[in-house]
Design a protein around this ligand. Structure first.
Ligand SMILES: CNc1nc2cc3nc(NC)[nH]c3cc2c(=O)[nH]1
Length: 380
C-alpha cells in the first residue's frame, strides 16, 4: 500500500559503497546533508547533547544526532520548537537529525500510563501533567521538530515475553506503522523509518518486515532489542533479521550499544546506531578507550600523567592527563563530564571510522580480531 503523499517527493536514499561479509559501507543522502554509514548518532535528548556544544559534537566527526520526542513534547513543547525554527535552528545543528517517536520513553519514563489500540496516555515525569501520544500525534510532533528522519510510532515490549504477547504487541505496532506513514508529510530529502518488532522470534520478525515493506519506508529500524536480552540473543536475532530487510535501505538498531555491540552489529548488516552510553558514561567518570572502559574516579589515576588514548585527534585526547580528569571528577567540577563526554563521543566516532574503512578495504575480520584483543587486554 503506497501512500499518495509520499509518491512525488524525492525521498531520502541510502546508497551502498562497499560490503565485507554482511557488513556494509554506504552514504545516507538527506535534506540536511550526506552521512557516511555505518554511523553512530549521539543522543541529543532535549535538544542538546548533554555537556557538549554542537561545535564539539561536530569536531568528533558525528554526522547525525538524535532528539527525543517524549522529552521535547513535554519541554519546551513541539509548538515552541517550531516557533523557534525547528530543532536545526534552535540547537544550531544544520546536519541531519533523527527523532524517535516517543513510545519507548513513555513506557520507561512516563508515569501512570494507559495503553490502548489508539495510542498511549501518560503523565509527565516533570510536572505530572497529562499527555497523549498516538501514531498521528507523534508524527505531527516530529514534523514540528523538523526531524530529517521521523520514526514510526511503535510499542517496544519488555523482554522476556511469551511469543503470544510479542505477536499481539508487534501486530499493534504494525497497525500503528501504517497510521504513522499515513500521517507522514513527505518533503524532499526527508524520510520516515518503520520499526521492526517481534522480540527474538523469527516468524514474528518476518511478519513484521513483510508488513513494513508493504507500507514502504525510507529506512528500517530494528526495535525490541537492547532491552535486557543480552548480547548473544541480540546477535542471534540480528543473524536472521537483517538478511530479511531490503538491501537498498538503511538499517538502524535502536539503543545500541557498547563498542563490542557496535562491531558485532555492523558485522551483521546494521548501518545506524544510537546509544546514551558514551555520553552518560562521560558524566559518570567512565572513559571508553582502545583497552576497554576505565573508571577515572579510581585512586590509581590520581598521579597518572598519561592521556586517555594515544590518539590526539580531539581537543581532549592529546591534552589532558588522567590525573587531571580524576581530580575534576573528585572535585565535582563541570569540566570533568564535559571533557570526558567529548572524549567518549570522539572514541565512538573514531571506532566507526575505523570499522567503515575496514569494510571498504575488505579487512573488517582482521580489525575485529585486533579490536577485541585490545579491549580484552585492559588498561595500559
Ligand atoms: C521509538 N521506538 C523505539 N525505540 C526504542 C529505543 C530503544 N532503546 C533500547 N535500548 C537502550 N532498545 C530500544 C528499542 C526501541 C524500540 O523498539 N522502539
Amino acid at each position: 500500500m503506497s501512500n499518495h503523499k509520499t509518491d512525488h517527493a524525492i525521498k531520502m536514499t541510502w546508497v551502498p559503497e562497499a560490503s565485507c561479509g554482511m557488513a556494509r559501507a554506504g552514504h545516507l543522502h538527506t535534506r540536511h546533508g550526506t552521512v557516511p554509514t555505518p554511523t553512530f548518532m549521539p543522543v541529543g535528548t532535549v535538544g542538546t547533547v548533554k555537556g557538549m556544544t554542537m561545535d564539539a559534537v561536530r569536531s568528533t566527526g558525528a554526522g547525525i544526532v538524535l532528539g527525543n520526542t517524549y522529552h521535547l513534547m513535554l519541554r519546551p513543547t513541539a509548538d515552541r520548537v517550531q516557533k523557534l525554527g525547528g530543532l536545526h535552528r534552535m540547537m544550531d545543528w544544520p546536519g541531519p537529525i533523527l527523532t524517535d517517536s516517543g513510545g519507548f520513553q513513555v513506557m520507561s519514563l512516563g508515569a501512570l500510563r494507559k495503553l490502548d489500540e489508539d495510542g498511549v496516555t501518560f503523565r509527565s515525569h516533570i510536572d505530572g501533567s497529562k499527555h497523549r501520544l498516538t501514531p498521528e500525534i507523534s508524527t505531527d510532533i516530529q514534523f514540528k521538530l523538523d526531524a530529517t528522519i521521523t520514526m514510526a510510532f511503535d510499542e517496544c515490549p519488555a523482554l522476556p515475553a511469551t511469543p503470544e504477547v510479542l505477536r499481539k504487541s508487534m501486530e499493534m505496532s504494525m497497525r500503528w506503522a501504517a497510521r504513522s506513514r499515513e500521517a507522514f508529510v513527505a518533503r524532499e530529502g526527508y524520510g520516515q523509518f518503520g520499526i521492526v518488532q517481534g522480540g527474538t522470534e523469527r516468524d514474528l520478525r518476518e511478519y513484521s518486515i513483510k508488513a513494513l515493506t508493504e507500507i514502504g519506508f525510507e529506512g528500517y529500524a530494528i526495535g525490541g532489542l537492547a532491552v535486557g536480552e543480552g548480547q548473544e540473543l541480540m546477535f542471534s536475532t540480528l543473524d536472521f533479521t537483517t538478511p530479511m530487510l531490503p538491501q537498498d535501505k538503511a538499517r538502524y538498531l535502536m539503543g545500541v550499544g557498547t563498542p563490542d555491540d557496535l562491531l558485532g552489529a555492523v558485522m551483521r548488516g546494521v548501518d545506524m546506531f544510537d546509544c546514551v552510553m558514551p555520553s552518560r558514561a562521560g558524566r559518570t567518570a567512565r572513559a571508553y578507550t582502545e583497552r576497554g572502559p576505565i573508571n577515572l574516579r579510581n585512586a590509581r589515576f590520581a598521579e597518572d600523567t598519561r592521556t586517555l588514548t594515544p590518539h590526539d585527534d580531539t581537543p581532549v585526547a592529546g591534552r589532558y592527563s588522567r590525573a587531571y580528569l580524576h581530580h575534576l571528577f573528585r572535585a565535582n567540577e563541570m569540566l570533568g563530564p564535559m571533557l570526558l563526554t567529548w572524549h567518549n563521543l570522539a572514541y565512538y566516532q573514531r571506532l566507526m571510522r575505523q570499522i567503515r574503512a575496514a569494510i571498504v578495504d575488505g579487512t573488517l575480520d582482521v580489525l575485529a580480531v585486533k579490536l577485541r584483543e585490545d579491549w580484552a587486554k585492559g588498561d595500559w
